[in-house]
Design a protein around this ligand. Structure first.
Ligand code: TYD
Ligand code: MG
Length: 455
């Protein structure tokens, strides 16, 4: 299909499918109502789209490719390094997404500061803030080295030229939605502009071996604005999330070509920038009530790291025909299911009770290993019986009320021990794989009923 000057084209915002007319359903990804109109101009030909960017490119065998230690740069932020898979890979393209005001610019400015302190040449390109605004932010963070250069620019051509001329080690683009190429007539932030900007940055990253961070805004649905293809193009996708009202922030890897995606990094927003939280369990448990019913500590695995979290339940008599059920930080349907199990298998009459379940600290957990904790907290609140506050519980609960096995049990018990817990309730099927640890008593349970009897 030949596109004339200023021809108008429709793009699917989900997958980037291109069509000459509007369609209700995208033939590419089968999503409904995702097409947006954009006017585009055909690009001038001649430029290679190969990511290597080399002129004399030739196939190489694996033996010829050497990996040096230097290929990963440390950002001097353990939490970030771990999420990246052990440091920043040279020549990688990393997308950092998150709600406005969550701290993306702050995080990346701190990363720039640390890398510049290591005598790496860093270029911070901002399309959103003026140099003065960045300076004000930088003043809160601390001293910066000379190796960090700032640039306020939104024109892709200019940025590309400056990067090619100065060839820095690390570049930050804040944000991709503000970048535009003049030859494309659609507005900055549109599908074609975002896609174009990303592909230019991808060529720069791979061709010149520069590590590039891209900041991306997030839509209401929680994905990076622009087509899904953006996530496919980059090497690493990180989401920066957290409750705006709470001070902690979580950095989560969603895609990582150089490491695991299960890792999370925990930060706290302070008056002088983001501070790493190296022991999140302690942080999450601060403020836990000493002797209240309906509260229990569970251990959830966030990647390879165990994290202790308090679960709170409140069960009270309902004044309405239909009891209220509410959950914060955990899956609503899962909690309903657990309450049904408690009714049927333990004969508790929860049918005329309101039940509220809250994961303290505002964190969200999806892991089924917290089921047993939720069930015990609900029963504890229902019976108004306190749970020993030196006890933790882990286990998945099945529909017949059985407690099923969970992974990495030893690491969870060790974490509990480290924070001074003395009893650990675990699925009995996991008992074999547990090595004895001094100072903590491990109790295996087969069913929720057995666990409840421990209250
Ligand atoms: P920012 O990095 O501008 O967010 P984003 O780039 O994701 O939109 O973060 C801004 C918020 O962080 C703002 O509400 C102020 C707060 N903040 C602090 O609390 N302490 C600090 O030292 C800094 C720099 C920002
Ligand atoms: Mg910002």
């Amino acid at each position: 299909m030949a596109k004339g000057k200023n021809a108008s084209v429709f793009f699917c915002q989900e997958c980037g499918y291109e069509s000459s007319k509007w369609m209700g359903q995208c033939p590419g990804c089968r999503q409904w109502n995702t097409f947006v109109e954009e006017s585009v101009v055909t690009r001038t030909q001649g430029k290679s789209t190969a990511v290597s960017g080399g002129i004399k490119n030739k196939p190489a065998s694996l033996m010829e490719i050497s990996l040096e230690e230097e290929d990963r740069l440390s950002t001097h932020m353990q939490e970030l390094d771990r999420v990246l898979g052990g440091g920043l890979v040279r020549g990688s393209l990393t997308l950092v997404g998150g709600d406005p005001g969550i701290g993306k610019s702050t995080l990346l400015l701190q990363v720039c500061r640390n890398l510049a302190g290591d005598e790496k040449n860093v270029l911070y390109v901002s399309g959103e803030e003026s140099l003065k605004q960045i300076k004000i932010r930088a003043n809160r963070i601390g001293d910066f080295s000379e190796h960090l250069k700032l640039l306020c620019e939104t024109s892709l051509e200019t940025i590309e030229e400056i990067i090619r001329r100065t060839s820095p080690d690390v570049v930050v683009i804040d944000s991709i939605q503000t970048m535009y190429r003049e030859s494309i007539s659609s507005a900055p932030g549109s599908v074609s502009q975002v896609r174009e900007a990303t592909s230019v940055l991808l060529q720069l990253a791979k061709g010149l071996n520069i590590s590039i961070f891209i900041v991306g805004h997030v839509t209401k649905e929680g994905t990076v604005a622009g087509p899904r293809v953006l996530e496919h193009m980059v090497d690493t996708v990180l989401y920066f999330e957290g409750d705006r009202h709470a001070s902690y922030r979580i950095l989560r890897g969603v895609k990582n070509r150089f490491g695991s995606t299960n890792e999370i990094g925990v930060f706290e927003m302070e008056t002088s920038g983001l501070k790493e939280v190296l022991n999140p369990s302690e942080f999450m448990l601060s403020g836990k009530p000493e002797d209240a019913s309906g509260s229990i500590v569970v251990c959830s695995m966030e990647g390879t790291r165990p994290m202790l979290i308090e679960i709170q339940a409140l069960v009270c008599h309902s004044n309405f025909g239909i009891p209220r059920r509410q959950t914060i930080g955990t899956d609503f349907n899962r909690v309903n299911l657990l309450i049904a199990v408690l009714e049927k298998r333990l004969g508790l009459s929860l049918g005329n009770c309101d039940a509220y379940v809250n994961i303290a600290g505002g964190i969200k957990i999806q892991e089924p290993a917290v089921d047993l904790g939720i069930a015990m907290a609900v029963v504890s609140s229902f019976k108004n019986k306190m749970i020993d506050n030196k006890m933790i519980a882990v286990g998945e609960v099945g529909l017949s009320g059985e407690v099923r096995g969970v992974s990495m049990i030893q690491a969870r018990i060790q974490e509990a021990r480290k924070l001074g817990f003395t009893t650990c309730v675990i699925p009995s099927v996991c008992m074999e794989s547990v090595k004895e640890i001094d100072g903590i008593q491990v109790i295996g349970v087969k069913s929720v009923k057995e666990a409840i009897n421990l209250l």
